[in-house]
Each structure stands twice: as structure tokens, then as C-alpha cells.
Design a protein. Structure first.
Length: 314
């Protein structure tokens, strides 16, 4: 009877928790028959079918790539911006868009040097702001630059839905989504509501960042999103005077994690002053210093992402 009450309490809001607790109770009893286990699995399948929304593609968008990290401060947004620009630089016939899904801390307006409010189409859809040939949408376009966004989860989910569905994206080969750090509501909402071609996980080489990167990769696997691979950011610092290389955050940590997870290492991005300065100016390194080794590193990552997408079509 207590188990029945527990199931009812969680049924409508947290189906996964219901199933976990129910399954734990059954396993603990040690009396589950083969038929009982199959019946439990069937009930779980039915619960999940009712609880998860059906994925609906974004109008005009062929493939969605999410760029994620387990924690903040690892250069995820900078990587997302330069990945989008790298995809277009490698093949100028491709159209690429950029969505900033970090509602609480939007970075795309600064990184892409964009300001202003989106205009509306005749169909009441928002027109993305465009720079460097990349249409962009961000919550940062809809609020004051220094205004804090103090919202509960449901308001954030509603905002994400509008940024995805109420935008005139046109026809895009790739939409790169800059995800917020962590494995919370936004990640689950996006992965459950739209088909994702693959996830790119960004991490620095130190152990604490790698722990969270692993959690992020495992989360995407659980929601059936292919992990295209890892990007090791801030991998090495080279002294501009003597060219001595120092691994400030450690060396090869992301490579080792990629091997552990059985995913590809998409590339190394150095810790370089040029990347920081161009990002702060809103002139990403791929477009402002296209001949630099740093820009080439991002273009290699973009090429690896395209190759991985071809290997895992959805």
C-alpha cells in the first residue's frame, strides 16, 4: 500500500523517480519472477511513453548540434561560436545558425558582437540577429545587458521553447546550440523536444572539470543523443617570448576520458591570448585571425564534427 501511494505521488511530475523507486523496491524483495519482471518493464515503457514529449524538428533546420560542458568556465561558448564559424569556413555552401540556450548567462551577444532586439515577421516570428553570416538568437537580445534573469524552471522552459520554435531560422544545414553548463532542466527539455544529431562535450584537462564532463556525456547517452566527441580546451600555453609550452591545467586529461568513454577526441584548443582578446572584442578568432594556428584548431574540430555526423546519420 505504501508503495502504491508513493507511485501515485510521483506519477504526474517525476515519472523517472517513480520507476526507479518502484524498481528498487522490487529488486530488494528478491521475489520477482521472470513474468513479473517483464510486466514491470512493460509498465515502465508505458509510463515513459506517456511522460516524454514527442520530438518535433525545428522548421527549416537539417541537423542540430549541441555544445555542452559539465561545468562553467571551460570555454564552451567560445568553442560553440568558433565551431559554428568553422563549419561555415570549411564549406561556404553550408548555412549555419547559433542558438544561445544559456538563459541565465547568455554569452553569444558579446562573442558575436550583436546588440538590439529581434524584429518580428508577418507570422509573428522573431528574426535572428546576424553577424559574420551566422543568424543568432539569445535571451541576451531580449533583456538589458546587465539585467539579471531571476526565473524559476518553468519560466526558463517557456523561454527556451520560444527561442527554438518562435524564431524564423530560415533554411539551415546546421544549428549549433550553446547549452548551459551542467545536466539540468534545459538540457533535458531540449533533448526531449527536438531531434539532436549529436553532442560535443567541452572540457579543460584538469580532473575536476573532467568529472563533470563525464557526467555530461553520460547524460546525453541516457537520453539517446550521440556523443560526437570531446574537445580539450586550454590544453597548453605557449610563451609568446620563448615558445616554451606549459600545461597549466594538466595534459591529455580529455584524451584519457575520451578513451574511457569510447568516444572520439575531436581536437585540442590552446590557451592563447589571441582567442581571449578576439572573443572579448566580439571578433571570433576564426574570422578575425583565419590564418592563425588557433583558428586552424577550431576548423579541425569543425571538420571532425562533420565527419562524425556522417558516420552517425539520424
Amino acid at each position: 500500500e505504501s508503495l502504491s501511494k508513493l507511485r501515485i505521488h510521483y506519477k504526474d511530475s517525476l515519472i523517472n523517480k517513480t520507476l526507479i523507486l518502484t524498481g528498487f523496491k522490487t529488486l530488494q524483495s528478491g521475489r520477482t519472477s521472470g513474468a513479473g519482471e517483464r510486466a514491470l518493464q512493460e509498465r515502465q515503457r508505458q509510463h515513459m511513453a506517456r511522460g516524454l514529449p514527442k520530438q518535433k524538428p525545428i522548421a527549416g533546420v537539417k541537423e542540430v548540434i549541441v555544445v555542452a560542458s559539465g561545468k562553467g568556465g571551460v570555454g564552451k561558448s567560445t568553442t560553440a561560436v568558433n565551431l559554428a564559424l568553422g563549419l561555415m569556413a570549411n564549406d561556404q555552401s553550408k548555412s549555419v545558425g547559433l542558438l544561445d540556450a544559456d538563459v541565465y548567462g547568455p554569452s553569444i551577444p558579446k562573442l558575436m558582437n550583436l546588440k538590439g532586439n529581434p524584429e518580428l515577421t508577418d507570422k509573428n516570428l522573431m528574426r535572428p540577429l546576424v553577424n559574420f553570416g551566422i543568424p543568432c538568437m539569445s535571451m541576451g537580445f531580449l533583456v538589458e545587458e546587465v539585467a539579471p534573469i531571476v526565473w524559476r524552471g518553468l519560466m526558463v522552459m517557456s523561454a527556451i521553447e520560444k527561442l527554438i520554435r518562435q524564431v524564423d531560422w530560415g533554411n539551415l544545414d546546421y544549428l549549433v546550440i550553446d547549452m548551459p553548463p551542467g545536466t539540468g532542466d534545459v538540457q533535458l527539455s531540449i533533448t526531449q523536444n527536438i531531434p539532436i544529431a549529436g553532442a560535443v562535450i567541452v572540457s579543460t584537462p584538469q580532473d575536476i572539470a573532467l568529472l563533470d564532463a563525464r557526467r555530461g556525456a553520460e547524460m546525453f547517452r541516457k537520453v539517446n543523443v550521440p556523443v560526437l566527441g570531446l574537445v580539450q580546451n586550454m590544453s597548453v600555453f605557449q610563451c609568446p617570448k620563448c615558445s616554451h609550452q606549459t600545461h597549466i591545467f594538466g595534459s591529455d586529461g580529455a584524451k584519457e576520458l575520451a578513451q574511457t568513454l569510447g568516444v572520439e577526441m575531436l581536437g585540442d584548443i590552446p590557451l592563447h591570448l589571441n582567442i581571449r582578446e578576439t572573443s572579448d572584442k566580439g571578433q571570433p578568432v576564426v574570422v578575425s585571425s583565419p590564418d592563425s594556428p588557433e583558428a586552424e584548431a577550431y576548423r579541425r574540430v569543425a571538420a571532425a564534427v562533420v565527419r562524425r555526423l556522417a558516420e552517425h546519420p539520424r
